[in-house]
Write a protein that binds this ligand. Structure first.
Ligand SMILES: Nc1ncnc2c1ncn2[C@@H]1O[C@H](COP(=O)(O)OP(=O)(O)OP(=O)(O)O)[C@@H](O)[C@H]1O
Length: 206
């Protein structure tokens, strides 16, 4: 993943300018810094839900285009809470996501990922009844059930307990071992120390 000479403004507010980030397969880049320094804005531009005013984001050499199914099968992101249908269970939600991204066996994929995130016992519950930590695990599951080469996470540690944060660190390590690229924003120093191979300090943009 490569960000070249990125610039983003909102009106008179220059959020960042001249930002360059390169993350190779099998590596994790953490973007850290104070509130309001543009970390989430950068992630939005990387996954194509926002647009740079200047500069380019390339994923495996191809400029980001969120309307491309090929690109969407390479990039899985959790940028906030994940929307779920009110009357679909956690398992059904994940099957739907997997189906939408062309996973071969969506039922098995949903079962496996619920096991991975520690929600197997809640597979048949409605997400609206979940605690905030369980919702965060389901959000992460919604990314992990997808095919991907790049995983983009905005403060994935939010709402996770100590065991959940340890699980998150080991999951990101596994992602790297499998050759995946990880770009994350985090305020969790221990998580960043544990998994990040490179750190971008957003405070230096402003
Ligand atoms: N759509 C928007 N319109 C106007 N201003 C925006 C918009 N999105 C973000 N901003 C502003 O851009 C700046 C950067 O916001 P951003 O959410 O990227 O910061 P952040 O570093 O992720 O912060 P935090 O650590 O609090 O999550 C903030 O001043 C924010 O108010």
């Amino acid at each position: 993943m490569s960000v070249r000479n990125a610039h983003r403004s909102f009106g008179d507010l220059t959020v960042f300018t001249g930002v360059n980030v390169d993350v190779a397969p099998g590596r994790c880049c953490a973007v850290i810094g104070a509130n309001g320094t543009g970390k989430s804005t950068l992630l939005g531009c990387v996954v194509g839900v926002d647009r740079l005013d200047e500069g380019v984001v390339e994923i495996h050499g191809v400029p980001v285009d969120e309307s491309s199914p090929t690109l969407r099968r390479q990039v899985a992101a959790v940028l906030g809470d994940v929307a779920t249908f009110a009357h679909l269970t956690a398992h059904e939600h994940l099957q739907l996501v997997a189906t939408g991204h062309g996973v071969t066996d969506p039922f098995d994929a949903a079962t496996q990922v619920l096991e991975t995130v520690g929600l197997a016992a809640s597979a048949d519950r409605l997400p609206l009844t979940f605690s905030s930590g369980q919702r965060r695990r389901l959000a992460l599951a919604s990314a992990l059930v997808r095919p991907r080469r790049l995983l983009v996470l905005d403060e994935p540690e939010q709402h996770l307990d100590d065991a959940g944060r340890r699980w998150l660190a080991s999951t990101l390590e596994a992602e790297k071992r499998a050759g995946g690229t990880v770009l994350m924003v985090s305020h969790d120093v221990a998580l960043v120390d544990a998994v990040a191979d490179q750190v971008v300090e957003a405070d230096r943009w402003s």
